[in-house]
Design a binder for this molecule. Structure first.
Ligand code: C5P
Length: 406
């Protein structure tokens, strides 16, 4: 039992998902973990401390300046006791307080005082989750190595549909088990010492100060690949177009807008890279001129915008004298193999990952994807899976082919 004797501090903040935390505590206790629960004031509006005391078998702590509690296990002692702190649910407000480094209640104080890793399982309305403030707070926390687990997409208690659902108790248990696994079974690091650069997301090609040409790429596949490569030990540089995603742990991220900026950022750092993966949906063309003021509507019924070709980033990388192992993507709506093989040859790539974006639920902006991967002497299918799992399979394949050729 990987959790036997592990000391897990579960923090609850205010959210309807708090009812799932009792189940989470039970499942952890079943796995012989030692569990202590800390609640914020607002968490107690959703579930009673008594319920959590019953399932954890320990007194529940909720006050920072409570003489009785301090006489038992004081807050510093509790912070030192934990092997892992998991805040589930983590409300938008609690994430903001953690990002700001506040210590205005027991839970936030513990997070500052603990030497243990802190994980958060965000749970909130989808609009609150998407808000830039929340996204910035999550990015800040991730940069400080807080583990961000979830949220999931789907129907919400408030009737909305979207990202913001707390992960299910068993999904959190699996993540906790994975978190503790490395000590006993160290993860293979086939990309240790390898520098890997990738592009992700869409580009924006400005027409005037307020308008641009872009596409529906969410950046999810590129970010999942960056996370998977970092997990396998690579030193990862992620060059991203405008996306609403949290930077994966351990990944160095550079934000750009246009194809020209993405091209410049790639070329500035490519010399030292061993592997390059072009996952971005780069605009093929950009407006020839960018109006310095907002373009006005005229009496004419049509408007012509002249476009010029953008640099083909992946083809330019593949043409370098000391080129890295170069991987491209092909999003096709028909004749996938024919177009992908043609692109592999024409752009001089080492590998190309092709998906059929005409299939509903796959590719652009979807959470699942399936790929057919081609290289000069072979091909393989990576079947439909969540983008994180698919990314792990693709990175493993890239690592294998990279080592075969180097
Ligand atoms: O030619 P096409 O756009 O279909 O090729 C797609 C592949 O080329 C992707 O890997 C994409 O990231 C890359 N690409 C690029 N620069 C461009 C256009 C595409 O790196 N200007």
């Amino acid at each position: 039992m990987p959790l036997t004797g592990k000391r897990i501090l579960i923090g609850l903040s205010g959210g309807i998902a708090a009812y799932k935390s009792a189940e989470l505590v039970r499942r952890l206790k079943e796995r012989h973990a030692e569990v202590r629960v800390v609640m914020t004031e607002s968490a107690k509006s959703f579930i009673t401390p008594l319920t959590l005391q019953a399932v954890s078998g320990e007194p529940v702590s909720d006050a920072l300046l409570d003489p009785a509690a301090e006489a038992g296990m004081g807050h510093i002692e509790l912070a030192k006791w934990a092997d892992l702190v998991l805040i589930a649910p983590a409300s938008a407000n609690t994430l903001a307080r953690l990002a700001a480094g506040l210590a205005d209640d027991l839970l936030t104080t513990l997070c500052l005082a603990t030497p243990a890793p802190v994980a958060v399982a965000p749970a909130m309305n989808q609009q609150m989750y998407r808000h830039h403030a929340t996204q910035d707070n999550l990015a800040t926390l991730a940069r400080r190595h807080t583990l961000v687990w979830g949220p999931a997409q789907g129907a919400q208690a408030c009737g909305d549909v979207g990202p913001g659902r707390m992960l299910e108790p068993m999904e959190l248990v699996a993540l906790i088990e994975q978190h503790f696994a490395p000590a006993s079974q160290p993860k293979a690091q086939p990309l240790a010492g390898v520098r890997l650069m990738l592009t992700a997301g869409p580009t924006r090609e400005a027409l005037d100060p307020v308008r641009f040409i872009s596409n529906h790429s969410s950046g999810k596949m590129g970010f999942a690949l960056a996370a998977a490569a970092a997990e396998l030990g690579a030193e990862v540089t992620l060059i991203s177009g405008p996306v609403a995603l949290v930077t994966p742990t351990g990944v160095q991220r550079l934000d750009v807008e246009s194809a020209a900026q993405m091209h410049a950022a790639v070329m500035a750092g490519i010399d030292t890279q061993h592997i390059f993966i072009a996952c971005a949906a780069v605009a093929d063309y950009a407006p020839k001129t960018v109006a310095s003021h907002k373009i006005k509507k005229t009496a004419a019924d049509t408007m012509v915008i002249e476009l010029t070709k953008n640099p083909d980033i992946v083809a330019n990388v593949a043409a370098l004298p000391n080129k890295p192992f170069t991987v491209g993507f092909a999003a096709e709506t028909r004749d996938v193999e024919k177009y992908a093989r043609d692109k592999l040859d024409r752009k001089g790539l080492d590998m190309i990952a092709a998906n059929n974006v005409a299939t509903a639920g796959q590719g652009f902006n979807a959470d699942d994807n399936a790929l057919t991967v081609f290289w000069p002497t072979g091909q393989t299918e990576l079947p439909l899976a969540g983008k994180a799992e698919l990314a792990r399979h693709l990175i493993t394949l890239i690592a294998e082919k990279y080592h075969d050729t180097h």
